[in-house]
Design a binder for this molecule. Structure first.
Ligand code: ZN
Length: 444
């Protein structure tokens, strides 16, 4: 970058604005607290839907999902009912580091960057990554990572057996991440991006421990964030005032009151039919199905010309969408409205891949965790998670106050533009200037 400031980008997966503020104010995160005092701290909106693969893809490209092509952790390609799992190969626009080959980049644990590919620097993929060997560029780093027992993700299965084992694994995985960042810090780079993803896992299983001071894991919850804060403090002590430090999350989090099964709503309403006696999966979607949902709440109309057993004539699409919207608008749990926002595809998405976009996306009201499983017989139930993602309360924190052209309430797709303006513009061109959140959306 030739004498220009370096960019240090630290991601805290899923961490909401209020939680960061609370843990800073209460002294659990003093380094972050000091940065909030001296820098710029804003609430940020996530992608729609508010899942990591979509949100991080928007963060690293500046593009809308219909431009970068990542709409969720799963997809069903047209002309099939086959569930596919999009990864980095499916990202249809180039991330910032591939547009700036003159600079050196260290990229550690960014979700949805698996399999790793060549970069002018280092890339170690974040989740979902099946095989560490394919998650590391250049390959000669693999022995170093093996030495520190580096793991990409915690074994969440452990949490289902024992929260103690889960916390142990979470801390161990985080320590290895910290060791990896220290190992990579000494390399030559202009941009260093590191994402802590254990935060998301911790909050899914132990949000209740955060809210309840008397919870037996309350200290474990705070200690995890304390450790993250210590690492941030260490990083801050290693940078110059002229460097840009950007700390951000991809989506927010809140207490999970109830899981809500979107496909069960469609099944009970006669709009989704599965072959009788067959397994509850997408390949068994039967004739007569008008719509189906993919996680967390992306609804696709089962169009005649788009899917093998499509049953909706394109001319009837509008009225089917209308019918679905009415059903979810009126969905109540013990008198409380379940759905916060219902977006039609045109309201949320803009880009070359509109055909792949869901026709409707639902965002849940506070506490309602929307899921798409075909196998739940009930619309409402409560599983093991105590925390859930939220769309509107991610955050961005920057170590600079002046010279920042930052929207009052930015969205994840604005991040590239913000970093660009910190660098005086022109370094990393955003792929799209369209916001994820349409005008008129309720803002917090
Ligand atoms: Zn999560």
């Amino acid at each position: 970058m030739n004498g220009r400031a370096r960019n240090i980008i630290i991601g805290l997966d899923g961490v909401p604005y209020e939680l960061l503020k609370d843990l800073s104010d209460s002294g659990v995160m003093p380094n972050v607290g000091a940065l909030i005092q001296k820098g710029t701290f804003r609430k940020m909106s996530s992608s729609i839907p508010e899942v990591s693969s979509v949100a991080w893809s928007s963060i690293i490209t500046g593009a809308n999902p219909a431009e970068h092509g990542i709409f969720g952790f799963t997809d069903i390609p047209p002309n099939t009912y086959r569930l596919s799992f999009p990864n980095f190969d499916n990202l249809k626009v180039t991330p910032f580091w591939e547009k700036d080959n003159n600079s050196k980049h260290v990229l550690l644990n960014i979700p949805a960057t698996y399999p790793a590919r060549k970069v002018n620097g280092v890339l170690i993929s974040g989740f979902v990554a099946l095989d560490l060997e394919k998650a590391v560029y250049p390959e000669d780093l693999i022995p170093n990572l093996a030495e520190i027992d580096y793991k990409i993700d915690v074994d969440s299965e452990k949490a289902h057996r024992s929260l103690e084992l889960f916390i142990k694994d979470l801390n161990r995985t985080n320590e290895a991440r910290i060791a990896a960042y220290r190992h990579l810090w000494v390399k030559e780079w202009d941009t260093f991006m590191l994402v802590f993803t254990g935060t998301d896992r911790l909050m899914h299983f132990l949000w209740d421990a955060y809210e309840d001071e008397g919870h037996k894991h309350n200290a474990d919850f705070k200690n995890f964030f304390k450790r993250i804060d210590e690492s941030i403090g260490e990083i801050l002590s290693r940078v110059d005032d002229s460097d840009n430090v950007i700390i951000l999350s991809d989506h927010g989090f809140e207490k999970l009151e109830m899981d809500v099964y979107v496909n069960t709503v469609l099944i009970k309403g006669g709009m989704l039919k599965l072959k009788e006696g067959a397994a509850s999966n997408y390949s068994n979607i039967d004739h007569g199905t008008k719509a189906f949902a993919l996680d967390p709440a992306r609804i696709y109309i089962n169009l005649k010309d788009k899917y093998p057993r499509g049953s909706v004539d394109p001319k009837d699409k509008k009225s089917v969408i209308h019918d679905i919207i009415r059903r979810f608008e009126n969905l109540l749990f013990e008198g409380t409205k379940v759905i916060r926002n219902i977006y039609k595809k045109e309201e949320v998405y803009r880009g070359r891949f509109m055909d792949m976009a869901p026709d409707i996306v639902l965002v849940g009201n506070k506490g309602f965790n929307l899921k798409a499983s075909l196998a739940s017989g009930e619309i409402f139930s409560k599983g093991v998670f105590t925390g859930k993602h939220s769309q509107h309360n991610a955050f961005i924190l920057i170590n600079k106050k002046e010279l920042i052209n930052i929207p009052e309430y930015p969205s994840v797709s604005d991040v590239i533009g913000i970093i660009n303006s910190l660098n005086g513009g022109g370094q990393w061109k955003a792929n799209s200037t369209t916001e994820n959140v349409p005008a008129g959306t309720a803002r917090p």
